[in-house]
Design a protein around this ligand. Structure first.
Ligand code: RFL
Ligand code: PHB
Length: 405
């Protein structure tokens, strides 16, 4: 088999890249180790930046999203029993965040790729990368996990295979520089059947730990609480989860959390991670394969979108006019927006999670940070700009402009 760009991974990065390339007349094959059903059923992100939504619009991938998503003009930061609204719409000149589940974005992208003749191989086994420092890199894999070994020759390979995929380890260790911070917190996330308790997201810092109120639809809500990342979900009965949520979200004015049956729960650990460089020979990493952010800033999927937008434009410049400068500077061009969002995600995580190792002074500093973030117009504007459009997709994809030309 042969293609121009071999893409490993059918997450947001791989699927968006494949469709962006298609729109530019560049062919690609996606190899994915999971089944389509698994991908379309995995619960992850919920918040999309304005720029990501503009990009999905320009790609023709947003019809259902624009009908079913929720558009929020602000968020609430809650601490000391009081809520403080940040009016992001007003502070950013009319931008908003879109709440639409990641697996719904993936369903829309897969359907679009199928409609437009995209080649996607799901359930692929033993995916490996070869000859990356030659003009003809190759991907080997098995169809249906245990089938015969097959090979795809490509001009370029895009490693969009998330944090645990084979692409990043294919870059020789002596060339990779890794930056990492592992946090002493995890998030226990639940999905419940209930109406929304709040019209906008609530990020709460309580001395018992962080809590987040998010949504998926008028009938389904998404809630998180800070837990020990090594904790076992079996230790968390529904009653214990509700007790913590009520305590951490309680306010002096008696705000009420609406309960409902919990139908999904799980714990994720939190880390910040960047791999420099994001390229080696003819391999380019994009999305979680190259970097991870803790979810507090709601940036991971948005960063993946920014990376593949830069990569698609760089590949387009090469195929249309033989220019390789953009490809050569891909990693440098991406790292600018990546480190910006790494900082924001680290800042939000540090401000919102109480830590049992904090000294009383450090706890006071955290509350002072929250007071500042919710009372100074300059601080609120900074937070709003970063939250609504921080990963720089927006810089490339201003509303109303055809971003694909
Ligand atoms: P993904 O989504 O991990 O996709 C990688 C794909 O590669 C496949 N793969 C392989 N394929 C072939 N061969 C192999 N050997 C392979 N190994 C792996 C995998 O099966 C998978 O399909 O990476 P991508 O595309 O870079 O997308 C990144 C995003 O998924 C991630 O950053 C976000 O989910 C992060 N995130 C959030 N991001 C936001 O922008 N807004 C949010 O509100 C938000 N909330 C979240 C989040 C992540 C969370 N968790 C679960 C960590 C909330 C949570 C709780
Ligand atoms: C979500 O709805 O899953 C969500 C919302 C905001 C975040 C992270 C996750 O910061």
């Amino acid at each position: 088999m042969r293609t121009q760009v071999g893409i490993i991974g059918a997450g947001p990065a791989g699927l968006m890249l494949s469709h962006l390339l298609y729109l530019q007349g560049i062919d690609s094959i996606i190899l994915e180790c999971r089944t389509r059903e698994e991908i379309e059923g995995t619960i992850r992100a919920g918040v999309l930046e304005q720029g990501t939504v503009n990009l999905l619009n320009a790609m023709g991938a947003s019809e259902r999203m624009m009908r079913e998503a929720h558009f929020h003009h602000g968020i609430e930061l809650r601490f000391n029993g009081e809520g403080h609204r940040i009016n992001m719409h007003e502070l950013t000149g009319g931008k908003k965040v879109t709440v639409y589940a990641q697996h719904e974005v993936l369903k829309d992208l897969i359907a679009l790729r199928l409609e437009t003749g995209g080649q996607m191989i799901f359930n692929a086994g033993d995916v490996s990368l070869h000859d990356l420092d030659t003009a003809s890199p190759k991907i080997r894999f098995r169809k249906e996990q245990d089938g015969e070994l097959q090979e795809i020759s490509c001009d370029y390979i895009a490693g969009c295979d998330g944090f645990h995929g084979p692409s990043r380890p294919s870059i020789p260790a002596e060339i990779r520089k890794e930056y990492q911070k592992i946090y002493p917190y995890g998030w226990l996330g639940i999905l419940i059947e209930a109406p929304p308790s709040s019209p906008e997201l609530i990020y709460a810092n309580h001395e018992r730990g962080f809590a987040l109120v998010s949504t998926r639809s008028p009938e389904i809500q998404r809630l998180y609480i800070q837990v020990d990342p090594k904790d076992d979900i079996a230790n968390w009965s529904d009653d214990r989860i509700w007790t913590e949520l009520h305590a951490r979200l309680s306010t002096k004015d008696g705000w009420k959390l609406i309960e409902g049956p919990i139908f999904q729960k799980g714990i994720v650990a939190m880390r910040s991670y960047v791999c420099e460089s994001m390229q080696y020979g003819r391999l380019f990493l994009a999305g979680d394969a190259a970097h991870i952010v803790p979810p507090t800033g709601a940036k991971g999927l948005n960063l993946a979108a920014a990376d593949v937008y830069v990569l698609a434009r760089s590949l387009d410049a090469f195929y249309k006019s033989g220019k390789i400068e953009l490809l050569e500077s891909y990693s440098t061009n991406c790292l600018r927006h990546i480190w910006k969002s790494e900082r924001f995600s680290w800042f939000m995580t540090s401000m919102l999670h109480p830590n049992h190792e904090h000294t009383p002074f450090e706890r006071r500093m955290q509350l002072a940070e929250l007071n500042f973030a919710t009372s100074s117009r300059a601080a609120m504007t900074t937070l709003a700009e970063e939250y609504v459009d921080g990963s720089l997709v927006g810089q490339f994809t201003e509303s109303g402009r055809n971003v694909l030309v």
